[in-house]
Design a protein around this ligand. Structure first.
Ligand SMILES: [Mn+2]
Length: 287
């Protein structure tokens, strides 16, 4: 993302950028029981959460780059801690990420961050449950209210996850049927009606179609086109900038960019362009 020109793209929209550099990811811990890679994850999540909290305290808008989507449990937790329960979460992703250790088909924490933020029970016994409770105690206070959670672009949702969706779910079907403009209007109305004061956007590049963004670990066909994704970013910006808008952008994750699956850094470039649109880049500039 840095090589794809993220800093220059943000500066061109008038933002002042401070790069806090990489957070240290510990070497692989020896395989222990319980949730996969839990100890290494916990260490990284703590660092992500602290760095995010510091940025918010300084009055900055944190932009958290990944990496695995599990880091969003830590970044959004920091926003909830600092900003209270007026935080609404917009999860732009092919997946709902609402699995728990008891329902996960893969065992990967990157499918569970929304469940962790909402404080859902683990659904398992013993070691995994102890780890999950430790995670919730550390990052799950205050909880994200289920009705303050919205998904956009989901198309691969596991059966147990379907029953856990209580906020606003805008699926690819809705997008096909109503288009970007009407779905963003619906999102804006929803944010207004649920009393959101702060909007955290978690952008998983796997929401994009794999033809456009192949550099990601869990690609699912049938995603957003380049044009749809930009219209989405532009309309979110318009909504945020409208006079009297009751919510403001509190922070942003850009995650699941995986150079190992990518070709010529295309996925990172597309992600950088998307961020620029969200921060106000338009074809003719401000008019
Ligand atoms: Mn995700």
């Amino acid at each position: 993302l840095r090589l794809a020109g993220l800093r220059a793209a943000l500066e061109a929209t008038g933002q002042t950028v401070r790069d806090r550099q990489d957070l240290l990811v510990p070497d692989e811990r020896p395989a222990a029981g319980g949730i996969s890679h839990f100890d290494a994850y916990f260490e990284v999540a703590e660092a992500v959460s602290e760095a995010t909290e510091r940025s918010i305290e300084e009055g900055a808008l944190p932009l958290v780059l990944g990496g695995d989507h599990s880091i969003a449990a830590a970044s959004v937790a920091a926003a909830l801690r600092r900003l209270g329960d007026g935080v609404a979460l917009l999860w732009i992703d092919a997946h709902a990420d609402l699995n728990t250790p008891g329902s996960t088909p893969s065992g990967n924490l990157h499918g569970m961050p929304v469940a962790a933020l909402q404080g859902l029970p683990s659904g398992v016994e013993e070691e995994c449950d102890a780890q999950w409770r430790r995670l919730l105690e550390h990052f799950g206070m205050p909880k994200l209210r289920p009705e303050m959670t919205a998904w956009y672009g989901i198309r691969d949702v596991d059966a147990p996850e379907r029953e856990r969706i209580h906020g606003l779910a805008i699926t690819m079907h809705d997008l096909d049927r109503y288009g970007v403009e009407r779905t963003v209007d619906r999102l804006d109305e929803w944010l207004f009606s649920c009393g959101a004061r702060h909007l955290w956007i978690s952008f998983d590049v796997d929401v994009l179609d794999p033809f456009l963004a192949p550099g990601t670990g869990t690609a699912v066909r049938g995603g957003l086109t380049y044009r749809e994704s930009h219209l989405l970013a532009e309309l979110l910006r318009e909504a945020l900038d409208q006079q009297g808008c009751p919510y403001r952008l509190a922070g942003l994750d850009v995650v699941e960019v995986n150079p190992l699956f990518d070709a010529h850094n295309e996925t990172a470039k597309v992600a950088v362009e998307w961020v620029a649109s969200l921060f106000g880049k338009t074809i003719l500039g401000k008019r």
